[in-house]
Design a protein around this ligand. Sequence first.
Ligand code: BTN
Length: 252
Amino acid sequence: MTLSKAIVTSRLDRPVKYYESIGSTNDAAKAWLEAGAPDRAAVVANAQSRGRGRKGRAWQTPPDAALALSVILRPQRHLVPQVNFLGALAVCDLAAEAGCSMIGIKWPNDVQVNGKKIAGILPEVVWEGPEALGVVLGIGLNVRIDFSRSELADTATSLESIVNRRLDRADLLQSLLGHVDGWYSHINEEILFRSWKSRLNMLGARIEVEDLVGRAADVLPDGSLLLRDSFGALHTVEAGDVFVVKEGGAGA
Ligand code: BTN
């Protein structure tokens, strides 16, 4: 079943704004949050013309081929950093439900299957002065984007090409939001962080991140990565792109 305003609004148990095409669902959700959107409201689009990824990168959402959504969450102020974990865990659950194995989270928040990215997560806090109004949790899931002839062929993939069957995007959307709700109900509990950590697929590996090389030693409850360099010193990395380094190469 294709996505449409009627399907999305009738099947989702929350206020929803649906767009056939929009610049970025995160931008629309931020504006809605500022205008008073309720907790759990969602913005969904069939296509994005200016989808955004981490570090200001472009995120492709061609029509009829992906899920692009932003969930508006209004957790208590001190729980805002925990939102970072929700989207990736919800996508992991969805991928498992669809029949994928070898599911992992590449720090900070890429969901991978068999080492290739199927989804990206972009949580953005909306501030009103010093107060956090809430968080816009952007999720982009590749459902049937063909990467085979693209420069991303070695690093990105789509859910349908893994499970080898046609999937219904309306079902996927409904299920994904159910998993977001499920994890959101644990936002005040340690299980959220522990589950996210247990899905990370590079802990213990030799990695390069932000010009540092060393071993991915651990993660902190705020989502930061601890890297141990060849001298044994620990570095805290808040954000960056991780590359796994072959054992025996330069560095730690
Ligand atoms: C990343 O991996 O860099 C994060 C990608 C996040 C993409 C999603 S698609 C829905 C939402 N709207 C956006 O503009 N970005 C996020």
